[in-house]
Design a protein around this ligand. Structure first.
Ligand code: B16
Ligand code: MG
Length: 228
């Protein structure tokens, strides 16, 4: 029976919040920067920053406080660089033990099935994070966020990953913790898996509350059902 199942040919991962909890470090760094600017942000607001690029995140924080017009582009770049310096200090603490639960066995199973693995992270720090986690070699294709013109929810980053892997988008599974990321996967015509709160990620084809629930056989069955 199994051989009749339509199997995905690639699984494309988001990084922050899916493979490791850098989403928390991004939050802490933005929260500190926002405090410097006299702005309070909480975890609920942070949901809107997940998956969104650095400058866009700063714009959202300033808009949230009605301060969008107060700074020049130069000043905004300075604030964004300050956040990034803080974030880079926090990610120095990352070790292989910071891989989220279940990710390692899930990736090993994907490899054993001859399915390709891609990375579609909006982060320009993605390579350092992968190095710290010691998982760079697991990937068959890593998108360079610096070369992506339109951020999530635009599908560009996921479509670029599929192209790098030479796999048709409708043969790919995308995994994301952000609403913007799920929308990008859906718009790319891929099967979307959300990691997090079902109420927040309800646009995903399938949602797990934790990466520990990711099971390749289950993903293959759901992908098959989605395709047929
Ligand atoms: P950086 P992902 C995204 O990574 C984060 O979710 C988002 O919070 C961050 O602002 C963005 O990367 C840019 O990151 O400032 O390091 O370039 O979730 O797409 O892996
Ligand atoms: Mg993410």
């Amino acid at each position: 029976m199994n051989s009749l199942r339509v199997q995905p040919e690639a699984v494309i991962f988001d990084l922050d919040g899916v493979m490791t909890d850098t989403a928390e470090y991004h939050f802490l760094a933005w929260k500190a920067l926002a405090e410097d600017l006299g702005i309070a942000i909480n975890r609920a607001f942070n949901q809107r920053l997940k998956g969104i690029g650095r400058m866009e995140s700063l714009e959202l924080i300033l808009e949230h406080a009605g301060m969008a017009e107060q700074f020049s582009t130069e000043e905004k770049e300075k604030w964004a660089a300050k956040k990034n310096d803080h974030y880079k200090k926090l990610i120095r603490l990352i070790t292989p033990r910071d891989l989220l639960p279940g990710i390692e066995p899930f990736m090993k199973a994907i490899k054993q099935h001859g399915i390709k693995i891609g990375l579609a992270s909006a982060s320009r720090n993605a390579l350092s994070v992968l190095e710290s986690l010691q998982i760079t070699a697991w990937f068959d294709g890593i998108v360079d966020a610096g070369k992506i013109a339109r951020g999530k929810p635009d599908p560009e980053i996921f479509l670029t990953a599929a192209q790098l892997l030479s796999v048709r988008p409708d043969r790919c599974v995308g995994i994301e913790d952000a609403v913007s990321g799920i929308r990008a996967i859906n718009r790319a015509g891929m099967f979307s898996i959300g990691v997090g709160d079902t109420r927040v990620l309800h646009e995903a084809d399938y949602v797990v509350t934790s990466t520990a629930e990711l099971d390749l056989q289950d993903v293959i069955s759901r992908f098959h059902a989605w395709k047929t």
